[in-house]
Design a protein around this ligand. Structure first.
Ligand code: PMV
Length: 312
């Protein structure tokens, strides 16, 4: 049996503007993961590939599943990329602890886990760049104009400085970052949030380009502070990034309430993370304030909280 486990992700800075060519910084979140298991199924007919994904109620023979659905699609694309025309009979089981439609990279992590487990099981493991490209093709069907940041950070499993159409740049984390993620529990489709920004950008391109530039400048400033270990100084940058995300219309009263609660509980800074509208926010806090921030988020209505550390 071959098992691949791929982390969730959080965007620290730069979501949405990254769709318009500005940089973003994203990190893997190892406390949540998608897992794919592949095993031989010797009794089954030649060419059989039995797929099971209980969380999305999907089970059946690959050949009988809708090929435009993301899961069959990543399986077919991976087999095609590997040049395997007649795989041995297989079973593939997919599970995930990453909440779906929450800005935590669930779709990309599932795709990368499937590509990794299948390619390793068939004896031709893929480089992270190829896994990422396969996952990106699937993201495109469902999200329209994804930047590629999600598939990149989960495939590499490293903090990355990302610019669309460029290879990711791993960077040094000078001192550990302690993050609390607060999930609103309100599902948010990335395509809807990204589509809304595009509509408003079309109506007023100059104002939106200015905000994207401001976000890009924050990302570059943040990278320097992360590399030199000036972690507390990231707080004000997060808060400014959140205000710009409010201005482009992707925050919500619940996200704003969680951001406020985190700061009142002693976080250095907080912002929504991912597509927004619902989904997830994150707070950066001194280590000894993590529990207080977590409790404050729960009191303010977070459906769940996740703590994670980046670096060391
Ligand atoms: O899918 P999410 O919620 O992690 O959002 C991805 C980040 C966006 O910048 C909003 C979209 C993208 O493709 O980069």
């Amino acid at each position: 049996m071959t098992v691949a486990s791929v982390p969730g992700k959080a965007i620290l800075f730069g979501e949405h503007a990254v769709v318009y060519g500005r940089p973003a910084i994203a990190v893997p979140v190892w406390e949540i993961a998608a897992q794919a298991e592949v095993l031989d199924n010797p009794g089954a007919a030649p060419g059989s590939l039995l797929v099971e994904a209980p969380a999305i109620d999907l089970a059946g023979e690959l050949a009988a599943l809708d090929p435009s659905h993301p899961l069959p699609r990543i399986i077919l694309d991976t087999l095609y990329a590997l040049g395997v025309e007649h795989p041995p009979p297989l079973r593939l089981r997919v599970t995930s602890t990453i909440p779906m439609a929450s800005g935590l990279g669930s779709g990309a992590a599932v795709s990368v886990a499937v590509a990794r487990a299948l390619s390793q099981h068939l004896g031709c493991p893929l480089e992270p760049s190829r896994e990422s490209a396969l996952a990106f093709a699937v993201e495109r069907i469902h999200h329209g104009t994804p930047s590629g940041v999600d598939n990149t950070v989960v495939a590499y499993g490293l903090p990355v400085y990302f610019r669309r159409d460029n290879p990711p740049v791993p960077f040094r984390v000078g001192a550990p970052l302690h993050l609390v993620l607060g999930d609103t529990g309100i599902p948010s489709a990335t395509s809807v949030a990204v589509g809304g920004v595009r509509e408003r950008w079309r109506e007023n391109p100059a104002a939106y380009e200015r905000r994207f530039d401001a976000i890009g400048a924050i990302v570059n400033e943040a990278r320097g502070r992360i590399e030199s270990g000036r972690i507390a100084d990231l707080g004000p940058l997060m808060n400014r990034n959140h205000v710009l995300l409010q201005e482009i219309g992707v925050s919500s009263p619940v996200l704003d309430a969680l951001v406020r609660a985190a700061i009142e509980a002693g976080a250095w800074g907080a912002k929504l993370s991912g597509a927004g509208m619902g989904g997830t926010m994150l707070a950066l806090a001194p280590k000894d304030r993590m529990d207080a921030v977590r409790a404050a988020l729960t009191r303010a209505g977070a459906a769940r909280t996740i703590t994670t550390q980046v670096g060391e």
